[in-house]
Write a protein that binds this ligand. Structure first.
Ligand code: GLC
Length: 553
């Protein structure tokens, strides 16, 4: 494929298709069981052929992997097991040569406990400047032997761990992930330095981890909140009054970041991971802040036309009001893959299902794949950016039967083996039909792959008409060709609550129709340019999306 001229426009990201690479599971070129940077570079031709605009790399920084790399030892280096800064530069140069942008993950809420700052804090006395970069407090109770507050870790257990001199430090995630104190000026400046470090190396954008937690109300006495986490999508207060999440002061931080990002040409893009309700989420995405924020309501929506429509309309109007562009996600490294979610009855407790090894309830794999493909075409028809997680283009299911002894997600141990965690969506990718690790590399991938992965490999699907890989390739090519601005028009068959169709039209006139009913519906007029599954004689079967070009109006 010939080199492509990189898109230098300032707003390339507004309707981009971004492919998420989880580096440790993508391609292991040196065969040590962990994917690496050179492996990503080697597969850029595959990504170019797939038709993505950008790759987002989950963390590849030095890390003990206490949380899969989201425990960062050094924000301005590459984990030696994954490569070198030189190899990273080669990856960026080669991606740009192929017209692909590079987004890196930045983890500002916490460092790892091996970070030089945390080591210094441990070696320094209470009240020292080194401790002030983190959140150290004396314990509660008469002898300080109880945690300073009832705050819980997202991964289970208390969010406080005691150090030998008796103080406690805060960690909203694993104990190996001490939270930073964002009221500390040195912390703020250091992250500006990190943004410049990667921007200077040619990185095009940033994905901001746990963006909603940086600003905290740490005034004394710390406010207890009842020992549970609110469900961030539905229960967080809408006035920014929670002590830990989604406080108004957080926006000052991102306005500072935006100034740095805008000092580059083109300006660097950013997307917030903020698990908050739509109306508050778009605040992170304002043009003078990050520009985008992940919309997870679409991801958690049940398979229902009415509900999808509510989520789509809500996300589009909120994004437009904030001057942001909308985002769409179906899978990522933190959730059960969408092919498997859609294979299960509505309302299934996904953790219980994972604990059953993926057998109770029994997934309807065929329906799951059919719906996953239909949902993908729906997502790719929407204005805004689509974030595609590695392996969804192969139709990979969740690997739900990983044995307890191979699990690595800290959630498993920290919850006392009550929650199985996220390893099942992180299993290394299959590239070839056969071979020790189906072409991932090496003999012993860091998580075992199931036998069925070979038949889902890129090799097995390449050039095969109707395969999921070919569907994604065609969809990404057509999405680019068919175009459209950031508006969307519904072509209504009736009141939204009564219809089982999602029929939408883009500004350039093409349409997407998804049938979420149990029965066939008449295929609307137009030239079929792509369909997620076989069509009937003039009909659109259930769980199918079709893209149409209007021949006349
Ligand atoms: C984000 C990441 C997740 C990680 C957590 C803590 O939610 O997506 O993988 O465990 O932050 O950094």
């Amino acid at each position: 494929m010939p080199p492509t001229t990189p898109d230098r426009s300032a707003d390339w990201w507004r309707q981009a298709v971004v492919y998420q690479v989880y580096p440790r599971s993508f391609r292991d070129l040196d065969g040590d069981g962990l994917g690496d940077i050179a492996g990503v570079t080697e597969r850029l031709p595959y990504l170019q052929r797939l038709g993505v605009d950008a790759v987002w790399l989950s963390p590849f920084y030095p890390s003990a992997l206490a949380d899969g790399g989201y425990d960062v030892d050094d924000y301005r280096d590459v984990d030696p097991r994954l490569g070198t800064l030189g190899q990273f530069d080669e990856l960026v140069a080669e991606a740009h040569r192929r017209g692909i942008k590079v987004i890196v993950d930045i983890v500002p809420n916490h460092t790892s406990d091996r970070h030089a700052w945390f080591q210094e804090a441990l070696a320094s006395p209470p009240g020292s400047p080194a401790r002030d970069r983190y959140v150290f407090r004396d314990g509660s109770g008469p002898d300080g032997s109880r945690p300073p507050s009832d705050w819980m870790s997202h991964f289970g257990g208390p969010a406080w761990t005691q150090v030998p001199d008796g103080q406690w430090y805060l960690h909203l995630f694993a104990r190996e992930q001490p939270d930073l104190n964002w009221a500390n000026q040195e912390v703020r400046e250091d992250f500006l330095h990190t943004l410049r470090f990667w921007s200077d190396r040619g990185v095009d954008g940033f994905r901001v981890d746990v963006a909603h937690a940086l600003a905290k109300d740490l005034s004394e006495p710390l406010r207890n909140y009842g020992g549970t986490h609110p469900d961030a999508l539905t229960e967080l207060p809408l006035d920014g009054s929670h002590p830990l999440f989604d406080r108004d002061e957080v926006h000052e931080i991102f306005r500072e970041w935006r100034k740095v990002l805008d000092s580059y040409d083109p300006p660097r893009s950013a997307v917030a991971e903020a698990w908050v309700t739509t109306s508050r989420r778009v605040l992170y995405a304002r043009p003078d802040e990050l520009g985008q924020a992940f919309n997870f309501e679409f991801l958690v929506s049940p398979w229902s036309a009415a509900q999808f429509r509510v989520e789509i309309d809500g996300a589009l109007s909120a994004a437009a009001a904030a001057g942001a562009s909308a985002t769409w996600v179906l899978s990522n490294h933190d959730v059960v893959r969408h092919r498997s979610r859609y294979a299960l009855p509505a309302g299934t407790d996904l953790n219980a299902w994972l604990l059953s090894g993926g057998t109770a309830p029994e997934p309807d794999d065929e329906a799951g794949l059919r719906r996953a493909r239909a949902a993908t075409l729906l997502m790719l028809a929407l204005p805004g950016s689509a974030y595609v997680y590695q392996g969804e283009e192969l139709g990979l299911p969740e690997v739900a039967d990983l044995a307890p002894e191979v699990l690595q997600d800290p959630i498993w141990a920290r919850t006392g083996q009550v929650e199985k965690g996220r390893d099942g969506c992180r299993v290394p990718l299959p590239w070839t039909r056969t071979g020790a690790s189906f072409g991932f590399g090496g003999e012993h991938p860091w998580l075992p792959q199931p036998a069925g992965f070979g038949e889902l490999s890129a090799e097995a699907q390449d050039g095969v008409a109707g395969s999921t890989l070919e569907l994604y390739r065609a969809a990404l090519r057509l999405r680019r060709e068919l175009g459209g601005d950031e508006s969307l028009q519904w072509v209504d068959a009736g009141p939204p609550a009564l219809t089982h169709l999602l029929h939408l039209r883009r500004s350039t006139g093409w349409e997407s129709v998804t049938n979420l009913a149990d029965a066939d519906v008449a295929l609307p007029a137009g030239e079929v340019v792509l369909a997620s599954g076989p069509l009937g004689e003039g009909t659109l079967p259930p769980d199918t999306t079709v893209w149409l070009r209007r021949t006349s109006d």
